[in-house]
Design a binder for this molecule. Structure first.
Ligand SMILES: NC(=O)c1ccc[n+]([C@@H]2O[C@H](COP(=O)([O-])OP(=O)(O)OC[C@H]3O[C@@H](n4cnc5c(N)ncnc54)[C@H](OP(=O)(O)O)[C@@H]3O)[C@@H](O)[C@H]2O)c1
Length: 321
């Protein structure tokens, strides 16, 4: 029996992935900050599929919460409450509209949630991951400024962790919510590739994969937008228009099943370091943005991120140093 930890597995694409995994008799750890909703979904999955489902309290925007979740995960594995850890889905996150708001650690919230929280979680959980385990990072086609989605949302800026964490502070002009989001998703692809390079150098059997679920407006993703915008975005007419102008389009069921396949299917056992996209009912490996392949920038992003999350030298998994 395998176990997959999925952040945000109680809603949207994460929930669809959790259902697809449970349907394959895979146990789950649902990690998130909404205990009632996670408990409800865990009960439903147990009843419908007969799998083991455990909830793990995790607020990705708080480094203290990520650390507490990693300790709890270690204890659950140690006690046998969770049998093994075979894959991690860094799925939770989103765009946070409105003014720049700082996380409890004082970092810009989009970058803190989408990037710093998952970076620290993966670093702390990696030692518990099984051989041939997988880490799948959910990005977005908005990370590519040359794509339709990237142009619509707002072109990325330099993937500089220190500047992004401090965005809006010290009288500096704040980035738009769209740019904060697209740049966080560029960083996400770069973390996935950098992790892959470090794993390969260390001779590890673990895979690191980047994933674009495509535009799925019917999830909670647009929750910060006015109701009419959410309604129009999820309409069949708008989906048709988006497809026509070259946006990457999908639905929660297909994107969730795609994420589940990347996490566990033998078909994706040997695809570490690649970027997969769910588009119009097809899951395929595609090229990500030109900038995402810049190894010098990725190494700097990694090192700066380590400092921002306060990772001690002895906490960094030996294989990634
Ligand atoms: N939908 C799209 O069009 C689209 C397109 C490209 C990429 N994506 C990406 O796909 C992923 C899933 O999004 P979705 O569309 O399924 O949206 P969603 O329904 O809003 O799900 C997002 C999940 O992230 C969780 N989350 C947000 N902030 C968190 C925090 N601080 N700590 C822990 N969990 C947190 C939410 O938990 P709560 O319920 O507690 O808020 C929720 O479970 C995201 O990474 C998103 O950026 C989505």
């Amino acid at each position: 029996m395998s176990t997959v930890l999925i952040t945000g597995g109680h809603s949207g694409i994460g929930l669809a992935a959790a259902q697809a995994l449970a349907g394959k008799k895979i146990d789950l750890v649902l990690a998130g900050r909404s205990p009632d909703r996670m408990g409800q979904v865990a009960g439903e999955l147990r009843a419908e599929y007969g799998v083991g489902v455990t909830s793990l309290a995790l607020d990705l925007s708080s480094l203290a919460s990520v650390r507490a979740a990693a300790v709890r995960l270690r204890d659950m594995l140690g006690s046998g409450e969770v049998a093994s850890l075979d894959a991690i889905a860094c799925n939770a996150g989103g765009r946070f509209d409105g003014e720049v708001s700082p996380s409890s650690d004082g970092y810009e919230r989009t970058f803190a949630t989408n990037c710093l929280g998952h970076f620290l979680l993966v670093q702390l959980a990696l030692p518990y991951l099984s051989e041939h385990g997988r880490v799948v990072y959910t990005s977005s086609s908005t990370h590519d400024p040359d794509s339709t989605d990237g142009r619509l949302v707002g072109a990325v800026v330099e993937p500089d962790a220190v500047a992004l964490a401090g965005n809006g502070k010290g009288g500096l002009q704040a980035l738009s919510a769209g740019k904060r989001y697209s740049t966080s998703k560029l960083c996400t692809v770069m973390y996935a590739y950098e992790l892959d390079r470090r794993l390969r150098t260390a001779g590890s059997s673990i895979s690191s994969i980047a994933f674009d679920p495509g535009s799925v407006p019917e999830t909670g993703f647009l929750r910060g937008m006015p109701k009419p915008v959410r309604w129009i975005s999820a309409s069949a007419a708008m989906k048709w228009v988006m497809k026509r102008i070259g946006a990457v389009t999908s639905d929660a069921e297909f994107s969730g099943a795609s994420l589940a396949a990347l996490l566990t299917s033998p078909d994706y056992a040997d695809v570490s370091g690649k970027y997969f996209q769910a588009n119009d009912g097809k899951l395929s490996a595609v090229r990500s943005a030109q900038l995402s392949y810049d190894e010098r920038r990725a190494a700097k992003l990694w090192d700066d991120t380590k400092h921002l999350v306060g990772l001690a030298a002895d906490e960094e998994p030996i294989l990634l140093r």
